[in-house]
Ligand binder design. Structure first.
Ligand code: NAD
Length: 476
């Protein structure tokens, strides 16, 4: 069994208390003991972060940027090692993790490193005075992560925080502890000072201590809606800044004039990538009535060809779900969908791939004859379960697409760009993709509205959210 420890002040450190067991999603077997970071160790992390942040923020942006870009290159060089850990942690397909997760994390360090020297303020002039504003760091920021994209979450949250001159403490999900500690070690070896990027481990109770700690200035959560509400409440007594990346139930709107093959493939990718464990996935697929039958038939045929199995095999496209409990939740939604009157055209069955019989696999499911009132259409399932709905008019589909408490993403497939713009304008979401889906380069903001949260990951908007404005007025 592996033993996973906190990374504090430039080294792995033991915690004397409780350990949590990490289960391999592919085999169902325990693979690691995770040392839950105790209070004394957490205090050490805070003290180390204070010292590191004071020195780091006095470097020039260019100096910080150079170190971060070097860190990005080192993450790139660690592609295979980190990918192996990501697959072990999450159970997602190697083919995905090697091309998306780790490259995306490295890109965040290079992108925000390149921005660090560009952070500037404003100058103001009055008859008998001058003034200037600066964007200054918040201090110590903490990230609390979900289990579906642990490498990406670690880098997306820490890179803008560090570029701005903050120190960062990460608590990854207790379900996926592997990559955070490995990333911390890589960043340290690439020249990041001790105490600047630290990792603590544990469940909600460690997260709560971070939220309540008076020396932490900001919490950035990626997680569920209910957790988001708790984070706000827990952070209230110290009036922390909070950003929340929460759940979703995104619509993909497919018009009859769309490029048919592209639309079919987009709907499949937007539902079954990472075995459906993606917050922005377009799990409500609205198809224009006159192409519905043909569209469903084409999706069914392609979906049944997806290769489910050992994530380490290059040909695997659908890996395991994160846990037995999560698998059972997803399976229960299959039953709910059937009992509500939806028709399952394919998938939705537990799978036992060769060599991975103890793992948490399910075949990708497509439900048709869905109604907006059904639970499988309203609630986030966070697994490979697509609900197909049909529509006849623009105004109708806009109303139905918006008729949800979530507002993370939306997709529009059409050859008519005027129509795409018209609809995009009316959708209450943070991210819209037209004739594509789920593309998020580092210089592009990502985040939701309504109960999908607030604040943005990536882009200059993320950088701003790790800073505050300081204004100096000089009277002549
Ligand atoms: P979760 O909310 O159960 O846990 C997320 C993190 O919060 C974990 O690290 C957990 O330990 C911590 N946590 C839980 N309760 C806490 C508390 N009271 N105080 C402090 N920390 C606490 O979510 P999950 O099951 O890990 O992930 C799935 C959810 O995350 C889904 O709803 C999904 O949509 C969402 N998600 C959102 C995005 C996004 O960018 N919007 C990305 C990935 C996942």
């Amino acid at each position: 069994m592996d033993r996973i420890k906190a990374f504090i002040n430039g080294r792995f450190q033991n915690s004397d208390g409780e350990t949590l067991i990490k289960i391999n999603p592919v085999s169902g077997a325990p693979i690691a003991e995770v040392e839950k970071t105790d209070g004394a160790l957490l205090e050490q992390a805070i003290q180390a972060a204070k010292i590191a942040q004071s020195e780091w923020s006095s470097l020039t942006g260019q100096e910080r940027g150079q170190i971060m870009m070097r860190a990005g290159r080192m993450l790139e060089r660690s592609l295979e090692e980190l990918t192996r850990l990501e697959v072990r942690d999450v159970g997602k397909a190697w083919s995905e993790a090697i091309s998306a997760d780790v490259p995306c994390g490295a890109e965040a360090y290079e992108y925000f490193g390149s921005l660090a020297a560009t952070i500037i303020g404003t100058a103001h002039k009055w008859a008998d005075a001058r003034g200037f504003t600066e964007r200054v760091p918040l201090g110590i920021c903490a990230g609390i992560g979900a289990w579906n994209y642990p490498t990406q979450i670690a880098c997306w949250k820490s890179a803008p925080a560090l570029a701005m001159g903050n120190a960062f403490i990460l608590k990854p999900s207790e379900m996926t502890p592997y990559t955070a500690s490995a990333i911390a070690e890589i960043l340290h070896k690439s020249g990041l000072p001790p105490g600047l990027f630290q990792v603590v481990h544990g469940d909600f109770s460690v997260g709560r201590v971070l939220c309540e700690h008076p020396d932490i200035a900001k919490i950035s959560l990626t997680g569920g809606v209910e957790t988001g509400k708790k984070i706000i409440a827990q952070s209230a007594s110290t009036l922390k800044k909070v950003t929340l990346e929460l759940g979703g139930k995104a619509p993909l709107i497919v018009f009859a004039d769309a490029d048919f093959d592209l639309a079919v493939q987009t709907a499949i990718d937007a539902n079954f990538y990472t075995a459906g464990e993606v917050c922005s996935n377009a799990t409500r697929v609205f198809v224009e009535e006159n192409i519905l039958g043909k569209f469903v038939e084409a999706m069914k045929e392609k979906t049944e060809k997806l290769k489910i199995g050992d994530p380490m095999k290059e040909e695997t496209q659908i890996g395991a779900l994160i846990s037995e409990q999560h698998l059972q939740k997803v399976l229960s939604y299959i039953l709910i969908g059937k009992s509500e009157g939806a028709n399952l055209v394919t998938g939705g069955e537990r799978q036992f791939p060769d060599g991975c019989e103890g793992g948490f696999f399910i075949s990708p499911a497509i439900f048709v004859d869905c109604k907006d009132s059904m639970r499988i259409v309203r609630e986030e399932i966070f697994g490979p379960v697509m609900a197909v709905l049909s529509f006849n008019s623009e105004s109708e589909v806009i109303y139905r697409a918006n008729n949800t408490p979530f507002g993370l993403g939306a997709g529009i497939m059409t050859a008519d760009l005027s129509r795409a713009h018209r609809i995009a304008d009316k959708l209450d979401v943070g991210n819209i993709w037209i004739n594509s889906y789920n593309l998020i380069p580092s210089d592009w903001p990502f985040g939701g509205v309504k109960q999908s949260g607030f604040g943005r990951e990536s882009s200059v908007f993320a950088l701003e959210s790790y800073s505050q404005v300081k204004a100096t007025y000089i009277n002549y």
